[in-house]
Design a protein around this ligand. Structure first.
Ligand SMILES: NC(=O)c1ccc[n+]([C@@H]2O[C@H](COP(=O)([O-])OP(=O)(O)OC[C@H]3O[C@@H](n4cnc5c(N)ncnc54)[C@H](O)[C@@H]3O)[C@@H](O)[C@H]2O)c1
Length: 371
């Protein structure tokens, strides 16, 4: 394994400071990474990062990061509309890239990004990193092993009241589907296979909001219901909004002809699994293997892959497919017409069971009919 990697970070707002920075500090402490080069258009953000982590250098010019030959990995953690251009330029400069979601807001650019990853020396790792969570992996293994039989329906949801920072979240190229529903579409297509067609309805629950202390017009829909036709014909729904207050429902449910499996918590913060098998006639509840799993885990994974010279587990053609599904859903919501999804991707096989011992079964809840 090679020595510590050099990381450049473009975008030092909320996700960098609250989520990626603690993980990077941990990687630096473990000798896997060196002090980062950081970049943001805002000087105050650079100062906030420098207070919490030793930095190699700080700049307000993203080109200075892209042109820095000493860097191994560039993180693109800006507002969404900037992702595609910055990621493309960093890949063309030969850097491995981790880009927050969505990888781009433009399908043609997403195609170029996939192609650069496929043909060039640099890897592209696209958020969200939900496929890396141990609970996702266990759920995928169980579905593949036939625990619930052939899946016919699935449901996933993720929402909250929405950010009170970043006015761009409420403008074109923002919105809850790109920001939140993207997790669910990634999880469902990972578990059940590529989406063949999508339809959706969307609404705007509040035409104005206060963001960064200022009342702004909400220019994107903030409420979505999607229906996806997946894999072998399973029908799935995704519920997402900037306006949902609380929930206790499972993050993801998959209904098969022989049983049901559900992930508790959120798919970006899983909290265990529940499995119903007709053959058993009882609900089994499994402790989370992901309780301390950070949803920024893609950064650890990419650093690990670069140091080992391996290809990342999650592939950009999956993120590109998810982008097409989301753009199709937006078009369906605008036109009322179900959209065909042309792209596909190879569903990554679940990782082998780790040596962490068997899943911890908390309890069997015997169904009354089965007693
Ligand atoms: N905040 C979260 O909890 C969270 C969680 C998961 C994913 N994300 C994703 O992370 C991304 C960033 O979200 P955020 O909440 O950190 O937004 P933010 O607005 O807090 O931060 C974005 C930062 O990018 C900077 N920026 C924009 N364009 C730039 C450019 N061209 N060069 C350099 N800097 C630039 C802005 O100045 C800002 O500081 C989004 O894609 C979001 O969906 C955020």
């Amino acid at each position: 394994m090679r020595g510590p990697v050099r990381v450049g970070i473009i975008g030092c707002g909320s996700v960098m400071q609250h989520a990626y920075l603690p993980l990077l500090v941990n990687q630096i402490a473990q000798g896997a990474a060196l002090a980062p080069v950081v970049c943001d258009l805002r000087e105050d953000r650079l100062a906030q990062v420098a207070e919490r982590c030793a930095v190699a250098s700080a700049t307000t010019d993203p080109e200075a990061v892209i042109a820095d030959d000493a860097l191994d990995i560039v993180l693109v953690l800006t507002s969404m509309r900037e992702h595609g251009d910055l990621a493309e330029r960093a890949l063309r400069a030969g850097h491995h890239v981790l880009v927050e979601k969505p990888m781009s807001v433009d399908l043609e650019q997403a195609d170029r990004l996939v192609e650069l990853d496929r043909t060039g020396p640099a890897h592209l790792l696209c958020a969200p990193h939900v496929l890396l969570s141990p609970d996702y992996q266990q759920m995928a293994r169980m579905i593949r092993a036939g625990a619930v039989g052939r899946p016919l329906l699935a449901r996933a949801r993720y929402g909250w009241d929405g950010p009170d920072w970043g006015q761009w979240f409420y403008r074109e190229g923002g919105g809850p589907l790109f920001d939140l529903g993207v997790y669910n579409v990634t999880t469902l297509t990972g578990l059940l296979g590529p989406c063949r067609s999508v339809t959706a309805m969307a609404a705007t629950s509040r035409p104005t909001r206060v963001v960064e202390g200022e009342e702004i017009a909400v220019e994107t829909e903030d409420t979505y219901q999607l229906v996806l036709e997946l894999g072998d014909g399973a029908l799935a729904t995704v519920t997402t909004a900037f306006g949902m207050q609380q929930y206790e429902s499972p993050a993801v449910e998959v209904y098969g002809l022989d049983g049901t499996i559900q992930m508790l918590g959120d798919d970006w913060a899983p909290d265990g699994l529940q499995l119903w098998e007709n053959a058993v006639g009882a609900w089994k509840t499994y402790h989370s293997r992901s309780r301390y799993w950070p949803w920024t885990d893609g950064l650890r994974h990419l650093i690990d892959c670069v140091r080992r010279g391996e290809r990342p587990y999650t592939r950009p053609d999956h993120a590109r497919h998810v982008l097409e599904v989301m753009l199709g859903a937006m078009e369906a919501a605008r036109t009322g017409v179900t959209q065909q999804v042309r792209s596909t991707f190879e569903v990554p096989a679940p990782m082998p069971e780790t040596d962490r011992g068997p899943l911890h079964l908390i309890h069997d809840r015997v169904h009354e009919d089965a007693q």
